[in-house]
Design a protein around this ligand. Structure first.
Ligand code: ADP
Ligand code: ZN
Ligand code: MG
Length: 474
């Protein structure tokens, strides 16, 4: 199929930083809390209150920038972006206009598209309005006012809705691995504005764009772009012109609608923030920030393949979420049988963690490692290992105790092995004849019968050795 238009997309992603305190005051920056309990004169813009920069927020922003291949501006400054909105009691937002912290980054997608990152700047979040349509009332909760945000602005390099969704999910994963953002989309810690335009296929001139604001799930990002492409295609096909404007996406109807005509930077009357000093960085500051960058997903993948000998697919699955990869790392730190732990992890844990939203396993990694080790060493059999993990998930408890309590610990009872196997050999002389005549598959019959009778008293390995010995004597 030969499409008539090329899709061009640029993203502005807002990510709330997971610092303990807010960007310019010491209020609690954590999500939730009773309305207006995490506020002070600074973050609610009382006259005369003075902001003080939170250095952790600056460090987090730089860490994100370095991981996304940005240059760090050695001299950076904050600006006031003036606008009035009921959830913004100061009537301005402290942001960065022309000297942002990070510039000129990039991130590559699985399609091979390299998305250039124009800049990453630090700014503050606004509050939240709660509308009670029934009583016709609106309430303002300022807890979120001044929570630090980074805004990641891409160049218009993204070519499809799938690429846009992949970019945002990759950014979310990176920020989690960097420990700078919890990336919980359902709590609004990541929101994206998408800019979409179409141009005649192959043309180098960009078309006029529409911006869709405040999308907060991968699915709505993808859907909003698709419906915007359809809308613009229809306009262009009919000989019309796309109006440069800000639109809103309605998840329920799956349509976009006009919100306002696009504002320009000069509508905001930006000016340098007079209450916060500009920041300068030395080479040492940057080097130190670089050293503090933890392993990113693709570096963990490389470690799993090269150092642990896992397959690329195993490595991909284990690193798909940071907390899973952390858990695996902790497990193999105490029991370094990489492949075996990975197998048990994938068959027994992945399914269950997918069923919950929690980003935490209900037991410590060392307990999981212990179950893997007991199964590998035949202290318990593999099926019982799975039962133990199920109990650990559902009821909690320590693996050894669960194994003891349920009689899963295998004791190598050699007398019992001899008794059971000897009896089988006596009962089935016909099969022994078969074996002598070359029908070696009867071995499986003896293994099956003996293991069933010896459940809990012997491991298959010792049973097998004993049966082999018996056959060598017949
Ligand atoms: P503004 O200052 O008007 O907000 P920017 O140049 O800062 O515009 O761009 C904002 C976002 O819009 C960026 O992510 C950019 O990549 C994207 N963008 C710019 N032009 C286009 C276009 N023609 N089509 C799609 N996205 C675009
Ligand atoms: Zn405050
Ligand atoms: Mg802009």
């Amino acid at each position: 199929m030969c499409a008539k238009y090329d899709t061009v997309i640029g993203l502005e992603i807002h990510a709330e930083l997971s610092t303990k305190t807010k960007a310019f005051c010491t209020c609690d920056a954590s999500f939730g809390g009773d309305p207006n309990t995490h506020i002070c004169p600074v973050c609610t813009g009382q006259p005369g209150a003075l902001p003080v920069i939170n250095h952790a927020a600056v460090e987090y922003a730089i860490r994100a920038g370095l991981a996304l291949n940005c240059d760090i501006n050695r001299y950076t400054r904050f600006d006031r972006k003036n606008y009035f909105y009921p959830d913004l009691p100061k009537a301005y937002q402290i942001s960065q206009l022309d000297l942002p912290l990070c510039i000129n980054g990039h991130l590559e997608l699985s399609t091979g598209t390299v998305v250039r990152i124009h800049q990453i700047h630090l700014e503050e979040d606004a509050g939240k309005l709660v509308h009670d349509d029934y009583h016709g009332e609106s309430w303002a909760d300022y807890n979120r006012c001044s929570v630090p945000l980074i805004e990641i602005v891409t160049e218009p390099d993204i070519k499809s809705s799938e690429e846009a969704a992949e970019f945002v999910s990759k950014i979310a994963l990176y920020l989690k691995y960097l420990n700078v953002c919890d990336a919980k989309m359902q709590e609004g810690s990541i929101r994206a504005d998408v800019n979409v335009s179409l141009k005649p296929a192959g043309s180098t001139v960009l078309g006029d764009r529409a911006e869709i604001k405040n999308l907060n799930s991968f699915r709505s990002i993808q859907r909003a772009i698709e419906c915007e492409i359809a809308r613009q295609t229809e306009i262009l096909d009919g000989g019309g012109k796309v109006i440069q404007e800000t639109r809103r996406f309605d998840d329920a109807t799956g349509t976009t609608s006009s919100l306002r005509s696009k504002e320009n930077a000069n509508d905001y009357r930006y000016f340098p923030e007079p209450d916060i000093l500009a920041i300068t960085f030395s080479e040492e500051d940057i080097e130190k920030a670089k050293r503090e960058i933890p392993l990113l997903p693709q570096q963990r993948v490389a470690k799993y393949i090269n150092e642990f000998g896992l397959t690329a697919e195993d490595a991909r699955v284990l690193t798909s979420e940071k907390y899973l990869s952390d858990f695996y790392d902790e497990a193999v730190a105490v029991y370094p049988e990489y492949k075996s732990v990975s197998n048990m992890f994938q068959t027994e844990l992945m399914r269950r963690v997918k069923e919950t939203d929690s980003e935490e396993l209900p037991f410590p990694a060392k307990d999981f490692a212990r179950v893997c080790e007991m199964a590998d060493k035949n202290t318990i059999n593999r099926n019982d290992a799975k039962v133990i993990l199920r109990i650990m998930f559902e009821e909690g408890g320590n693996p050894e105790e669960i194994a003891e309590k349920n009689g899963f610990i295998v004791v190598e009872d050699t007398a019992a092995i001899a008794e059971v196997v000897d009896a089988l050999f006596k009962e089935r002389p016909d099969l022994i004849e078969d074996y002598k005549n070359g029908k070696t598959n009867v071995f499986g019959f003896f293994m099956g019968q003996a293991n069933r009778a010896l459940k809990g008293k012997a491991t298959p390995m010792t049973v097998k050795a004993y049966i082999e010995k018996k056959f060598s004597e017949v």
